[in-house]
Design a protein around this ligand. Structure first.
Ligand SMILES: [Zn+2]
Length: 196
């Protein structure tokens, strides 16, 4: 067995899915001993939302961060279940996802610019709840309108990452060469987390 201790560990999930809802699932990676959950704290979730361009407002309170971690992990678990069922052509229960959607404060908004009227949506006041609502909406949109032939998992047997194949030929096979080539880094990260 080779020694990978000189490799720098992977500390953030790779945003390789080409779809917000699938990037959500990919905040967990690896299988067996190499399994890693990149969300170990509310700050991890906040950082991920920021990378996705989703504003969650200012969250300073520790209790709010802890609650965000729990809610975000729950949303991810719901998403994984529904995406897998949809992929298998089976029916899922949308009730738990609808709870996140119902929390959204987003009304249609008519804007009248120089080029005429435009139907937009009101941006909700940023908060953790609204941020997760936006992620949930992306998930619902994928389930309802996504082309599931293009929703696939990386072909590497030890890789569980999802992606939306937007390539012209639709022959994408891997989450990313860099990630599958460097999966040992994730294991390294996990070991570091466990010993922390
Ligand atoms: Zn992969």
């Amino acid at each position: 067995m080779s020694d990978h201790t000189q490799e720098s560990p992977l500390t953030e999930p790779l945003m390789v899915a080409d779809h917000l809802a699938l990037d959500l699932l990919n905040t967990e990676a690896g299988v067996g001993a190499a399994r890693v959950d990149f969300w170990q704290s509310g700050n991890d979730v906040l950082r991920w939302l920021e990378r996705c361009g989703v504003d969650s407002g200012l969250v300073a309170d520790q209790a709010a961060k802890d609650a965000l971690l729990v809610e975000a992990r729950e949303l991810r678990a719901i998403g994984r279940e529904l995406v897998e069922l949809r992929k298998q052509g089976r029916r899922g229960d949308p009730g738990r996802l609808n709870r996140y959607l119902a929390a959204m404060q987003s009304a249609p908004l008519l804007e009248w610019g120089d080029d005429g009227p435009l139907l937009a949506r009101q941006r909700p006041t940023p908060s953790p709840q609204q941020a997760l609502g936006l992620v949930a909406e992306s998930l619902a949109d994928l389930l309802a309108r996504g082309q599931f032939d293009y929703v696939r998992q990386c072909e590497h047997p030890d890789c569980v990452l999802w992606f939306y194949d937007r390539t012209k030929s639709h022959r994408r096979r891997w989450c990313s060469m860099a990630l599958c080539g460097n999966r040992h880094k994730a294991a390294e990260f996990r070991r570091r987390k466990l010993s922390a």
